[in-house]
Design a protein around this ligand. Structure first.
Ligand code: PEP
Ligand code: MN
Length: 453
């Protein structure tokens, strides 16, 4: 017998559109409202990219992390692009995340929840609505889901059809991720293979010697007759900033098991630092869906903001529901984070705390590149662990912008990337990412910090 289908409560359905009555920051100015309505109608007919059952499992995994029993690794591009959604580039990012996860799992003896800023991270908030070059002013680039990066009027005019392309690109990216992570590629017995194709460097050598230890441990277990299915496949979740309302609303679906709404464009959705105003659209909308929700917290965040966000987004204090992603900057985290962590610790809430050591550490190089110093990134991670240690709370994860490719966008690391290298290997259309080697180095640092807690 089939399970009965549960319809949505009409009040819940009506509530989903309440955001339309509220200001929504960072939305594009579409030139043609009827074209947007057509695309929304089409998106609403397309299959969900992720399923409610998977989202529920993720919430349980995050609950484990919030209570100190697991660690969240979340990473990927600042802005995914349509052009870079190729098999090679997706594979390199997945391999990098799998390698980082192995370093963390082995180093800290703790389950690691793997999550990509992937298969949907196409919309970007911008500090200004427009960009001026010389005497030409055009709309700012808001991500491939809205407009094109080229500085021409044609490319920069927001085009709602791009939302369909973002959906289909997310679907093909997710299809490849699912194939990689369940089709044998992620088998821990091939932990060496993930390193293939990456240039030789100190972080890789460190990784290879760890891979050897893991091999030995697996062979030992196999000789003892143990054969864990868990070694063959891995769970991998997708996440993106829930920014573009005209995309997220039509991809919100009612789960027929429970009648509850889920955003089905990704498993985990976060609210950015620029769109977390309490009385605006994003907080209202995300308060009404069942997905686990993240909120970025910058250095000006006050205790009252955190208390109110908890009240709005997690009124039932549901384990795994709410993640705070702090992005304070290396110079500020030790001053600004303690009061927030302590206030929450002394309340009845138990959100997951993770660190984004990227977005508080931006700088512009002398030769004009948007960059970050690897040392600042590492220092913010250390600060994050120090603050949580002092407060007696659990530092539950990292959120990083990274790529598996050999780019030069962040300065430093053991390869000593300098300003001149940026001129040769800078590819990001948005924020600078850690390259493959810097990502592995960061994973080793985090593993050390976790192990010595
Ligand atoms: C981002 O994650 O790319 C981003 C824009 O972050 P934040 O909202 O923290 O500035
Ligand atoms: Mn970014």
């Amino acid at each position: 017998m089939n399970d009965p289908i549960v319809a949505a409560n009409p009040a819940v359905l009506a509530g989903l559109d309440n955001y339309l009555t509220l200001p929504a920051a960072q939305q594009p100015t579409w030139p043609d409202a009827s074209a947007v309505a057509d695309v929304r109608a089409e998106l609403a007919t397309l299959p969900p990219l992720v399923f409610a059952g998977e989202v529920d499992i993720l919430r349980e995994r995050l609950a484990a992390a919030a209570s100190g029993k697991a660690f969240l690794l979340q990473g990927g591009d600042c802005a995914e692009t349509f052009a870079d959604a190729t098999a090679d580039r997706i594979r390199n990012r997945v391999k990098t995340l799998l390698q980082m996860a192995v370093v963390l799992t082995y180093g800290a003896s703790m389950p690691v929840i793997k999550m990509g800023r992937m298969a949907g991270q196409f919309a970007k908030p911008r500090s200004s609505d427009s960009e001026t070059r010389g005497d030409v002013t055009l709309p700012a680039f808001r991500g491939d889901i809205v407009n094109g990066y080229d500085f021409t009027s044609e490319a920069r005019t927001p085009d709602p059809k791009r939302m369909l392309k973002a959906y289909h690109t997310s679907a093909s990216t997710l299809n490849l991720i699912r194939a990689f992570t369940t089709g044998g590629f992620a088998d821990l017995r091939s932990v060496h293979e993930w390193n293939r194709g990456f240039a030789n460097n100190p972080a890789n050598e460190r990784y290879l010697s760890l891979a050897q230890e893991i091999d030995r441990a697996i062979k030992f277990m196999a000789a003892c007759g143990a054969d864990f299915n868990e070694l063959r496949t891995t769970e991998f979740y997708t996440s993106h900033e829930g920014l573009l309302m005209d995309y997220e609303r039509p991809l919100t679906r009612i789960d027929s098991r429970t009648g509850n709404p889920y955003i089905t464009s990704g498993h985990f959705i976060w609210i950015g630092e620029r769109t977390r105003q309490m009385d605006h659209a994003h907080v209202d909308y995300l308060s009404r869906v069942r997905n686990p929700i993240g909120v970025k917290l910058g250095p000006t965040t006050q205790v009252e903001d955190v208390v109110e966000l908890i009240e709005r987004l997690d009124p039932n204090r549901e384990p795994g529901r709410l993640t705070f992603i702090t992005r304070m900057g290396a110079g500020k985290i030790r001053e600004e984070l303690p009061k927030l962590v302590e206030a929450v610790r002394d309340s009845d809430a138990n959100p997951l705390w993770i660190t984004d050591p990227m977005h508080g550490n931006g700088m512009t190089t002398k030769n004009g590149y948007k960059s970050r110093r690897f040392d600042d990134v590492m220092d913010e991670v250390r600060g994050f662990f120090e603050v949580h240690k002092a407060a007696g709370t659990f530092p539950g994860g990292v959120h990083v912008e990274l790529t598996g490719d050999d780019v030069a966008e962040c300065l430093g690391g053991s390869e000593q990337i300098d300003e001149a290298s940026l001129e040769e290997r800078y590819e990001s259309l948005c924020d600078p990412r850690l390259n493959h080697m810097q990502s592995l180095e960061l994973a080793f640092l985090v593993a050390e910090q976790l192990a010595k807690r």
